[in-house]
Design a protein. Structure first.
Length: 231
């Protein structure tokens, strides 16, 4: 199912195709090779993650399926794309059905940063990635702290126009929605690459730690799944 996507996507940086970009206008010119080299240097750990579409290679507008080798971690619903394809609004994240309830919280930050980097590096026309982050139904306790944590993550990644507002879903009373945008620039790309480096390292440590050293259910679950996948 994933043979079209996996070989190229295993590269930790998602390269942009050659050619002119819609956002290459005065004041926003970027050195593509420098950007790519810089991101590769800062986001190299963990080369097993990749993103595909439902039927193989990802096409802009499809849901984004995020994998660690053969393990599906979750899906980001199909994004909303502006008419000129310069703005992408990411859809809602849904953890894989195989992930125990609530445990995806340990690696959800990585998947968000991974998705932003994928779009920023892969699609030349896209100049801005927007997002609206709503907590899953099972997250009720500590949601204010969780929302603040998401804000901090996005700010470190170079996102702007960040807002935190009370959720409107009555099922999620006391929840908060985090909104913002990540705009393409050399500075923001460097910030995003640095955060991706940290999140990949945290995920890899949690996944690869011996079961006897795992301190949380998500780490134990990831460790068991990863052990089955390794040759």
């Amino acid at each position: 199912m994933f043979h079209d996507a996996a070989p190229s996507a295993l590269n930790p940086v998602y390269p942009r195709p050659a050619g002119p970009a819609a956002r290459d206008r005065p004041g926003l010119q970027q050195d593509r090779k420098t950007d790519t080299d810089m991101c590769g240097a800062r986001s190299a750990p963990l080369q097993t993650l990749f993103i595909s579409g439902p039927n193989g290679e990802y096409r802009l507008g499809d849901p984004m399926l995020i994998h660690d080798l053969a393990l599906l971690l979750g899906t980001i619903e199909a994004p909303v794309i502006s008419r000129d394809r310069s703005i992408v609004h990411l859809g809602r994240f849904s953890p894989s059905p195989s992930v125990p309830e609530g445990q995806h919280r340990q690696f959800a930050p990585l998947l968000l940063v991974e998705a932003i980097m994928f779009v920023a590096q892969r699609f030349r026309d896209v100049g801005s990635v927007h997002f609206t982050l709503e907590p899953p139904v099972e997250i009720r306790d500590g949601e204010f702290a969780g929302a603040l944590s998401r804000l901090a993550l996005l700010e470190r990644s170079g996102a702007t126009d960040l807002q935190m507002t009370p959720g409107r879903d009555p099922v999620l009373l006391g929840s908060f929605v985090v909104q913002g945008a990540w705009n393409y620039s050399g500075f923001n790309l460097a910030a995003l690459a640095a955060e991706l480096f940290e999140q990949r390292a945290l995920y890899a440590r949690m996944r690869d730690a011996p079961a006897t050293r795992q301190t949380d259910p998500a780490g134990r679950w990831l460790g068991r799944q990863w052990t089955r996948l390794k040759p």
